[in-house]
Design a protein around this ligand. Structure first.
Ligand SMILES: [Zn+2]
Length: 269
């Protein structure tokens, strides 16, 4: 691995670590919604979220990083010279965010993908730990599909690494239970995804779960007609409509269970 890649990865750990601590403290000092679990159950919930994160963290250097680096070095090579530097990076961030919007939407609309993504939505409370709660299958499928996209669009590794930092920072922020000044959040939400937008995506009402797919910029949902009209309220039930969260082993086994997985395309059928 080139030295600059290691420096960016070290920067990512430092920046994200500080950002994580900020929101962990904020949501404790000034929470927006009342916590849904008492002390014992809350620890159990955190253990599940951080357990899934631990598996993904172990798998990342083994599979996600090599696959991403390989894809970056096998781009189709059609990118013109002007598409580089700061302008190139800005364009790449917008394109990658649009890609993530559609990938997230596909995770809700394609039953096979929802089998994995629902592990993230089974969480019945939200805070910064939900931002890292993903099934390892979803993480690997994401890396594969993103690798293909990188090859097609000729995305350099530097753009992907910067986007990863932006995406994770955004995700920690919009899953957090931090109380923000109303006007500040309203202003921010015109451009980026805030907790008020993303909590509606975790509302245990299927029509809302299948809306508000944005990850960083908030205009994709407006542009592609998937913004929910629901306003977040503090006691809003969180999770998957009609389903309970499961124990750790059953979350991992979830995608391989037989049976139908209701989703946006067949929920009314
Ligand atoms: Zn989702």
């Amino acid at each position: 691995m080139e030295p600059w890649v290691e420096q960016v990865l070290a920067l990512k750990v430092g920046v994200i670590g500080g950002w994580l601590v900020l929101w962990l403290i904020w949501e404790r000092v000034a929470p927006r919604a009342t916590r849904r679990f008492e002390a014992g159950a809350a620890w159990g919930r955190w253990a599940k979220n951080l357990g899934l994160f631990a598996i993904n963290t172990l798998a990342s250097p083994l599979m996600v990083v090599p696959l991403t680096a390989w894809a970056a070095s096998h781009g189709l090579g059609w990118r013109p010279d002007w598409w580089s530097g700061a302008i190139g990076l800005a364009i790449d961030l917008i394109i990658l965010d649009c890609f993530i919007y559609w990938w997230h939407r596909a995770n809700h609309e394609v039953p096979f993908l929802w089998r994995f993504h629902r592990a993230h939505h089974w969480d019945q409370d939200l805070d910064v730990t939900t931002a890292v709660r993903f099934h390892i299958g979803e993480v690997l499928l994401s890396a594969l599909v993103r690798g293909g996209f990188m090859i097609l669009i000729d995305v350099p590794l530097s753009s992907v690494l910067v986007f990863e930092i932006v995406l994770l920072a955004s995700s920690l922020f919009h899953h957090s239970n931090a109380r923000l000044p109303v006007r500040v959040e309203a202003a921010l939400s015109r451009l980026i995804i805030t907790p008020s937008i993303h909590w509606v995506h975790h509302h245990a009402l299927r029509a809302d779960t299948d809306s508000n797919y944005g990850s960083f910029f908030s205009f994709w949902d407006v542009l592609f007609g998937s913004r929910s009209r629901t306003q977040r309220w503090d006691a809003m039930p969180i999770g998957v409509e009609g389903e309970e969260d499961r124990n750790f082993a059953r979350i991992l086994a979830g995608p391989f269970e037989p049976g139908e997985t209701p989703n946006a395309l067949n929920r009314d059928a």
